[in-house]
Write a protein that binds this ligand. Structure first.
Ligand code: ARG
Ligand code: ASP
Length: 725
């Protein structure tokens, strides 16, 4: 086996990075082959098999896909699960009300009976992974169209999983890697009973909120605790009082030993999506067109929501999750654009592309690929207007406004084929009424319609808009939309409830004439008929280019070790704990402390207020066993581990595989890591395990939870021997 650092030489020239050791999201089952030697050379004291073993218990048995959108890990033999506060946020919000405001005050179950069930939330383990590349390719008929290819692979994958899991309670999926050049099957075990155990107040779990989001230095205690339950027979089971705590095959010991700069660290979890092999033309479009468009639209929406949330506690709770998710990527894209510019990503890509062209033009089988960038340019330019129209519509119609999606549900009533179907559809909507309007405020929705819809209509070319929307354009478009809003039933819960008292026939008739229902449906059909098909047709052509490019790239640089883009599958990423210097004269230390946390305190502030108890404990320096050797309480730290969205809640492990932190974010200068990782400016941000334990134990007085954990302490120093006389 050759050393990766040697293998990397060609790739280094390709992307012009000073070092590649920290880059990459690796498949656990290939670690032995590709990474183990380098990991150990960097200080890791365990083996690849300790991390991933299909047959014996290994660290991977402690890692779960949390609800499909975050990562979580087992930290006790009784199924105790650690993840981020922002990952548990939806669950915490759903149990909160103005009277029992767990978002603001936190929540600590005093015993298992107080742990709160969460419908729809699940914990998924990976049992084992199989390379099925040859098998998939064998089943694919030659000459299949790109659109059919995707669907076929899906079907083939489902068949493989069915065969593999027959007679078991396991599930699974096959995913494509390297843009459709390789395929792996993941066999899964999913537990649907996951209960909320504990959450700190938002003043800890979301400290610094959006001002500090994506920023270093950071002082957020972004963690929450859940517990996985199983049926009495040991199998996954829906929530039931008879369920018992799950017994994982492995749980992570938690280390109080901390870390030094340069120490080995790795993050194990489910990164969602990266695009490290995009051509320069795609990055140009993203930074010049797509990102600015979506940043601007989100800014408008956030300003409206923020105004109401600050004024009204009920609205604050109702919109907490939705605001956080809109704000999150709004800020990320701003950072991404800045980072791509400052790291000269486009220039670097162009140089790399010139190298590639040079290389393949000398290769018999890949000569044609020298022209691939011209093909890319043609397709991306053709796609751009559709990409913009699509982004605007999806953002507005499915993320910011709550009514357009709801109108689609009502279409089942309006378009029902029989009286029976209609009555059934109405009954269903009646039953879901309260759920739909739970996180809904007429005031907020009205302002979003009144301001965002005209904005949308002004930004998108008329060709891609509904004719009825274009007809509303003009001086008092906002006033027109406002009166439509108040003439509508589906925007106003009280009015809708009253309507639902009447006969189903009348309900259907009224809704079919409802102005916001009609406008929503028109906007949707315009999107489907004028944008969707074109956009995805070109996307399929691009997929083929991506696959060809990746294949040629791997052939042109055979001595390089490539890593596949993130695709929500289980990965390991490793590097070193270290600070960074993102620009001239600026340099960051690798960890923050309680002193820095208190220094940010602003009494009564929306983002930087602190609980009184916290200030008292900090003032007394009551850090228990959690202080570092300088007597400080460490709060957050950074490392060069290549992570992305979905890695939130992933454990940060030390050289022995013990948990030293909880991954939750990246530093703003490096949010471009999804497209152009650069170790000089890319850092992931973790909460220090000692701060988590301090919060549970000292701050919240929930130390009983520590009894079930495995803590690893520094060896006690031998007392000096008395000198014999
Ligand atoms: N930026 C982190 C991540 O991408 C944390 C997000 C938490 N949400 C927020 N709006 N503060 O998920
Ligand atoms: N905060 C992100 C998450 O929720 C992690 C990241 O993007 O670095 O997964």
């Amino acid at each position: 086996m050759k050393l990766k650092s040697v293998l990397m030489a060609a790739l280094i020239s390709l992307s012009f990075l000073p070092t590649k050791a920290d880059e990459g999201m690796w498949l656990p089952l290939l670690l032995g082959e590709l990474n183990e030697a380098e990991m150990q050379a960097m200080g890791m004291r365990i083996t690849a098999q300790d991390i991933y073993d299909a047959n014996n218990s290994s660290i991977k048995d402690a890692i779960v896909h949390f609800g499909g959108f975050c990562t979580g890990e087992m930290i006790s033999p009784e199924g105790l699960l650690l993840t981020n506060h922002h990952c548990g946020y939806g669950a915490i919000q759903s149990h909160s009300s103005v009277e029992n405001d767990y978002l603001t005050d936190g929540y600590w179950a005093k015993n298992k009976g107080q742990e709160l069930p969460n419908e729809g939330l699940y914990a998924m383990f990976i049992k084992y992974i199989v390379d099925v590349t040859d098998e998939v390719l064998q089943e694919l008929p030659a000459g299949v169209s790109e659109e059919d290819r995707e669907k076929l692979i899906q079907k083939i994958g489902e068949g493989f999983v069915e065969q593999e899991t027959e007679g078991t309670h396991y599930g699974g999926y096959v995913r494509s890697f390297f843009n459709g050049n390789q395929f792996f099957m993941f066999i899964t075990e999913t537990f649907p009973d996951v209960r909320l155990v504990g959450a700190p107040p938002s003043s800890i779990g979301k400290y610094g909120a959006d001002t500090d989001n994506w920023m270093w230095p950071r002082h957020t205690g972004d963690f929450s605790l859940f517990r996985v339950y199983m049926g009495p027979d040991g199998l996954p089971a829906e929530y039931s009082e008879d369920n018992v705590p799950y017994r994982p095959k492995h749980h992570l010991p938690i280390s109080l030993k901390g870390y030094e700069p340069g120490d080995f660290s790795m993050v194990f979890g489910f990164p969602g999506r990266t695009q490290e092999y995009l051509p320069s033309v795609a990055i140009e479009q993203l930074t010049a067109e797509v990102n600015p468009a979506r940043i601007e639209l989100r800014e408008e929406a956030l300003a409206i929501m923020d105004k109401y949330m600050r004024a009204d506690d009920e609205i604050r709770i109702q919109y907490a999750s939705s605001f956080a998710s809109i704000a999150n990527y709004w800020k990320k894209w701003i950072g991404e654009n800045t980072g791509l510019r400052e790291s000269r990503a486009i220039e670097r890509k162009r140089n790399a592309e010139a190298d590639f062209r040079q290389k393949v033009s000398e290769m018999k089988n890949f000569k044609d690929e020298a022209n691939i960038f011209a093909e890319y340019e043609k397709l991306y330019n053709k796609q751009l207007p559709y990409a913009l129209a699509r982004n605007y519509y999806v953002e507005l119609g499915f993320r910011m406004l709550k009514t357009p999606g709801y109108a689609l549900d009502w279409a089942d009533v309006v378009n029902a084929k029989s009286g029976e179907d209609r009555d059934e559809a109405i009954a269903k909507l009646k039953a879901d009424l309260d759920a739909h309007f739970k996180n809904y405020s007429e005031l907020v929705e009205h302002d979003l319609w009144e301001k965002l819809v005209p904005f949308y209509a002004s930004q998108v070319n008329d060709t891609y808009l509904a004719e009825s929307l274009v007809a509303l354009k003009g001086e008092n478009m906002d006033a027109k939309i406002s009166s439509m809003f108040y003439d509508s039933y589906i925007t106003q819960p009280q009015k809708l409830k009253e309507l639902l008292e009447g006969s189903p026939k009348k309900v259907a008739k009224k809704i079919s004439k409802d102005p916001i229902y009609q406008l929503s449906m028109d906007m949707y059909s315009a999107y489907r008929s004028k944008v969707y098909g074109e956009y995805y047709g070109i996307e399929a052509e691009l997929d083929l280019l991506h696959r060809r490019y990746m294949k040629a790239l791997m052939a042109a640089f055979p001595d390089s070790t490539f890593y596949p883009d993130a695709n929500s599958t289980l990965r390991v990423t490793y590097g070193q704990v270290k600070g960074f210097a993102p620009k001239d004269a600026v340099s960051y230390q690798h960890y923050t402390t309680m002193d820095g946390l208190v220094a940010k305190y602003v009494p009564g502030d929306y983002e930087f207020d602190l609980p009184k108890r916290m200030l008292e404990l900090a003032n007394e320096r009551n850090y228990g066993q959690y202080a570092n050797e300088n007597g400080e309480l460490p709060i957050c730290f950074i490392a060069a581990n290549h992570t992305t969205g979905g890695n939130s809640g992933s454990p940060a492990l030390d050289a022995d595989g013990n948990l030293i932190g909880l991954n939750f974010d990246r530093a703003w200068e490096g949010t471009m890591s999804d497209i152009n990782y650069d170790v000089r400016r890319c850092r992931n941000i973790m909460v220090d395990a000692r701060y988590i334990l301090w919060t549970v134990d000292v701050f919240a007085g929930a130390g009983y939870l520590l009894d079930e954990m495995t803590l690893v302490r520094k060896p006690v120093e031998e007392p000096e021997e008395a000198v014999a006389e």
